[in-house]
Every structure is written in C-alpha cells, then in structure tokens.
Ligand binder design. Sequence first.
Ligand code: ATP
Length: 395
Amino acid sequence: MEKIVSLCKRRGFIFQGSEIYGGLAGTYDWGHFGVALKNNIKQSWWKKFVDERKDIFGVDAAILMNSKVWEASGHVAGFSDPTEDGKQFNVMFKTEVGVGEEAAISYLRPETAQGMFVNFKNTVDAFHPKLPFGMAQIGKAFRNEIAPRDFIFRQREFEQMEIEYFVRSADWEKYFEYWKDEMEEWMEEVGIDMNKVHELEVEEKDRAHYSKRTIDFEFDYPFGRKELFGLAYRNDFDLKNHKLEYIDEEIGEKIIPHIIEPSVGLDRIVLAILLSSYVEDEKDGEVRSYLKFKPNIAPVICAVSPLLKNKPELVEYANTKVYAPLKAEFGRVAWDDNGNIGKRYRRQDEIGTPFCIVVDFDTLTDDTVTVRDRDTGEQERIKVADLKNYLKERI
Ligand code: ATP
C-alpha cells in the first residue's frame, strides 16, 4: 500500500488534499495521470452502460438538492454511523443555501442515486421508456466519515457511478442476476484482478431496511477484504417515498417499478485497479516496478522519444512524423526525452504506459521505429505509417 501511495504521488496521480497547508482529512487531489485514469474508467463505464445500450438514460443532477429529498429518502433521519461513545452521527454535510433569514438548510449529496429518482418523472416524460429501463449518473458524493482512512478507500469526498434499473416486481430476480454478470464483465474490462474479488451475500440483519437482497462485491485490499461496490435490490422503496408512479401500458395500470442498483465507488475501483496492476519484477538485473494497466484505461497509451535529444534530425522526425500525428489521433500520448532510454522506460513503466516508441538513426533511412512492450520488455520494428493501426488494434 505504501508503495502505491508513494508511486501515485511521485508520478503525478494522486496527492493529499490541501497538502501545503497540512492536508484535510478524507480529501485527495488528482494529478494529471490520475485524472486521465479516472476519466478512462468513467468513459468505459458510460460507454458500456449508456452509449452501447438504448434502455439507459444519463443524468447529471445538481449536488445541492432541496432538503425534502433527503427527508423523503430517509437520510435526514437515518444516515448515521455510531461514534466512539456510541452516539449516532449523521454523516451528511449540512450547508445553507441563500442569504440571511431566507437561507434554507441543504446537504451535499451523500449518494448520486437520489438525483436520479427525483428525475424519474422528467425522464419518463421526455423519453417514454418501456420497462425495464434505467438511469445512470456519475458524480461526486460527500460523507462526513467519522474515520476516513486507507488512502482513497474511505474519503469524505468521492465519486460514484450508479445505475438505477427499473423493472416489474415479478422480474427482480432475473435482473439482479443480469446486473451481477454485467458488473463482473465490466470489472474484467477495466483490469481488476478477479481472483481478488469476492461476492458477499449480505445477511438480512446487515442490509438496508428497504433491501430484500444485497451483494457486496469485496476486494482483497492490503488492509483486508472490504467492500468494493454494492448491488442491491431496492424494492419499490425509493419511488414510493417520492410518490412517483409509472403507467405500464402493457397492462394499462399505474405501477411502482422496482429497482436493481449497481452502486460503484469510482475511487475504490481506481484503488482496486492500482492494486491489481502493480507488479515488481527484475529487468536487466534491477528490480523494476510497473503498473500493468490495460491499454483502454492507461493514462498514456504510448510515449514517443528521439534516441538522443541533442540530435536535431532525430528530434525533428520524432516530433513531426510520430508524436504529432499520434497525439492528434489518440490524445493520450506523451513526449519523453528526459534522461537515457533506460530511465525513460522505467518512468513510463511506472506510469503504466503500454508502449514506448523510439526514433533512432535507422528511422531516418527506413521510416521504421522500435516499439517496446511494457510487460515483456520486447521490442519490435514497426513502420511509422503502420503505427496508428498497430496501436488501435491494441487499445
Ligand atoms: P462502507 O460500508 O464501506 O461505508 P457503504 O455500504 O456505506 O460503504 P454505499 O452507501 O453502498 O457504501 O455506497 C456505494 C459505494 O460508494 C460503495 O460500495 C463504495 O464503493 C463507495 N463509497 C461509499 N463510501 C465511500 C467513501 N467514504 N469513500 C470512497 N468510496 C465510498
């Protein structure tokens, strides 16, 4: 864990929040590569669950909501954890909206789910979806955790990616199984080590009162086997509380759809991916550490280097014929001419860059470059004209 935390800081992934002022417990700031990693994970989730389907509708609701939302949802009354002396402490961050006597109490949302329920009617009216259908949202959530800890595992400000999938009550078991499979498939797609993932059937006494079935997907973190994300059958609890209905045209009746909810914490996914990807091996008699990211989520797909940075003809070629076109095509492309080639490889390995491309003297005569594979260290000679396709096939 310490090695990962230190790598994340050194290489510009994740920093302690407000660090130069001594930090703020439970907050982290994301550096260049961390943002890229997080964005790639979000994109992969959105692509699979929204873009590639026609039955799930995206939402981006306000973080501040009318406090009546949190009363109806049960959070004002019950979103509490016990303190050390046994008192119940509501972990919602309270704030005021507006000026002076007009000010209204509000809360920073502790989950993204309610932002979807309150837009259920808007979504139905705008898109007329037939059951089953879903809503999806990615966004920040805030909880004044009593004891934030374990790096980005338990923070006071974090990100969630949630789906509310609305079904007819008779179908809930079928769709529960369906979402279990979908989530497993997605975890593999982003490179989570499935040997470290375990399903925990949450017992009735530990389930939220509205849930008839919950599975916690747990992960073997260095600090123990703990929750990665949850899959819950929420019954008709939420729509009922908000007094929302749906006209089921198939049976010509008003019904309250039931909900299956895969609720993913993005930061815990990032941590699980980092822990699944971190490898130490020996290369050229030295221990090297690297992040074995899948190319689809790696912050950098490839780094481009001139063999020597003091040879203008190499620099010119690398810059104009390799770096610029790849950068324009993929965006996630780095220019790296710092130190010798060995040092560049080590640096890119630690960032998790799958391919390093080097322009050398042969390039100037035959228009080929070496492409080095991060995991095996093997190098191939590839035609510059084929580079785009070479990378596309591997992303
Ligand atoms: P825990 O039992 O670990 O506190 P929870 O059961 O309260 O989690 P949920 O309310 O089900 O969590 O939230 C859904 C997901 O949001 C969790 O599975 C987790 O991935 C993420 N999450 C919840 N709290 C935090 C937090 N403080 N920091 C980072 N991620 C969190």
